[in-house]
Design a protein around this ligand. Sequence first.
Ligand SMILES: [Zn+2]
Length: 255
Amino acid sequence: MSLVVSDAIVLHSFDYLESSRILKIVTRDAGVRSVLARGARRSKARFGSALDLYAQGTAELHVKPGRELDTLSAFEVTRSRPQLAQQLARFTGASAIAELTLRFVRDAADPSLFDTIAAAFDDIASSAPERTRGVTLGGAWRVLAELGVAPTVDACADCHSPIELDEAVMFSHPSGGALCARCGRLARSGRTLPAEAREALRGWLSGGDVLLGSPQDVRAHQRLLREFLREHLADDRPLRAFEVWERDEWTGGAA
Ligand SMILES: [Zn+2]
């Protein structure tokens, strides 16, 4: 049994037996882990509100080789992010980021990926209502980039020749991004990406703040992200939280 002390974020939580909880957390030093918090429901003193969804803090894990469930002995919260529960778009956005993390992040140390996930939650928590979906899109694209599947934006994904900034391009999911005019004509499938949409993608991937023009733009970007995810990462299982986040936009969900 070894002790791991690491920054961690609570991504999922459910009751276990009479008094305990099982959590899924992402850690800076050991990737995504399942942990047992013994007595977490019986005694508030033990963990307090530290184990709330999206809370971040220092976790002490007891890890036994070959066992899937670690034991959580302490969790000292440093950021609780209550703002994520205060608005629907923030909550569904955070859920989509959590789902991406749980589905695709492995159980290995990756400080840069952890910081990108933490920043995505912070950005969503502090976002103005009309910006929340765009901020979530930016966070999701940066998490994908950290996972090694960033789309190409300024060079052709097939022949690597540069593409002018103001060009509308063909975006090919199988190729992995924007195509030059020549490769675009040869592509068997793809989606036209206007220059502004490519600029938004470039902005998100470089860590910038992007203001989307209209709900239609948001929907188009959500669809692009969903298709890209399906092509490059997803297994056959549906991404339910992502679907809820995306559908919420369709029904014009409040804030
Ligand atoms: Zn090309």
